[in-house]
Design a protein around this ligand. Structure first.
Ligand code: GRF
Length: 193
């Protein structure tokens, strides 16, 4: 059964767009950057948009409680972190435990914990990198891995060219990972018979 999805995003929103275009039931988008591309996409497509800029809240915890309640009010069952650039507090992670994924542009555990995984891969001279979808736990970028996809690093790659090829893979991997998680959630649901 398809889940009601809430997307957390701070960036250009290509993963959000891809999910919507593929027919996923994205019912809410939450952002800390109201001017980002993902927020503009939500507005343009009539998807409920929650704006949670940190300056409106006294603490990270307060912001995340407000964001959690807003998402619950919209009946969100599954959270997708698609380029969300803030660490989530424990109570938020707890509220969506085993129902929240993150997409990261490297083969975790390589190049975890930052927003510069593509730059790091180039700096380190790896010959293969890629992307990972994992469940979100308290440890940043270290939750159980659902799916990964490898992308070769080419000799003349720049950050832009490598990022673009990784994103092509992300747009295939994230939908697959969400379907996998939806199947797991369905399988864990107690039967009514
Ligand atoms: C993706 O590369 C993702 O791996 C990372 O942030 C980026 C978001 O891209 N966490 P977009 O905003 O979905 O285009």
């Amino acid at each position: 059964m398809s889940q009601r999805i809430g997307v957390l995003a701070s960036g250009k929103g290509s993963n959000l767009r891809n999910l919507v275009e593929r027919g996923f039931d994205v019912v809410a988008v939450a952002t800390n950057k109201p001017s980002c591309g993902a927020a503009a996409f939500a507005r343009d497509h009539g998807i409920a948009l929650g704006e949670f800029s940190q300056r409106r809240f006294d603490s990270l915890e307060q912001r995340d409680v407000a964001m959690r309640d807003w998402l619950h009010d919209r009946g969100v069952e599954l959270i997708v972190n698609a380029g969300y650039d803030r660490i989530l507090s424990g109570s938020f992670i707890d509220a969506f435990r085993d129902r929240m994924v993150n997409i990261h542009p490297s083969l975790l555990p390589a190049f975890a914990g930052g927003m510069d995984a593509v730059e790091q891969a180039l700096r380190r001279g790896v010959k293969v990198t890629g992307c990972t979808v994992h469940l979100v736990t308290e440890e940043v970028d270290a939750g159980p891995i659902l799916l990964q996809s490898a992308v070769p690093v080419l000799p003349d790659d720049t950050v832009e060219s490598l990022r673009a090829r990784i994103q092509v893979e992300e747009h295939r991997l994230l939908p697959d990972a969400i379907r996998l998680l939806e199947q797991r959630i369905d399988a864990a649901r107690p039967s009514l018979r």
